[in-house]
Design a protein. Structure first.
Length: 131
């Protein structure tokens, strides 16, 4: 079971650049670690400066979307601006092996942790033998 990133074109599939799911706004790709445990996938994404209010995590039509916006409010108008805070955006295709109704998300100090439990159908099951 794995998560496949949707914002990167699949080299094996004939896809035009405009068919990617990325929006036209400029986004930064947050670095992500994905690992598999016995009963779930865990996704850890670095979203520095993103708060709970600026974070959206959605699953729609088999696509997990992470979008984070940094609060750009400033105490005063800057005299010179050399960089801007860019929102984060990343998508992954998830399979039916993930129980979408039990996905959990937590955000602490700019680190998002998603737990994607495996559905009961794909979990190993020991069958008792009767005599």
């Amino acid at each position: 079971m794995s998560a496949i990133e949707k914002t990167v074109p699949d080299a094996d599939a004939p896809t035009a650049a405009h068919e990617l799911t990325r929006q036209t706004e400029r986004y930064a790709l947050p670095p992500v670690d994905i690992y598999e445990e016995a009963d779930r996938l865990v996704v850890v994404a670095d979203l520095p400066g993103v708060t709970k209010d600026g974070l959206t995590v959605e699953v729609e039509q088999g696509i997990l979307t992470i979008e984070g916006r940094v609060d750009r409010s400033e105490a005063a108008e800057p005299l010179r601006r050399e960089f801007t805070l860019t929102p984060f955006f990343r998508q992954f295709r998830i399979t039916e092996a993930v129980d979408r109704n039990r996905i959990k998300a937590s955000l602490r100090n700019g680190v998002l942790r998603l737990e994607l439990p495996k559905s009961e159908a794909v979990l190993p099951r020991r069958i008792p033998v009767e005599c």
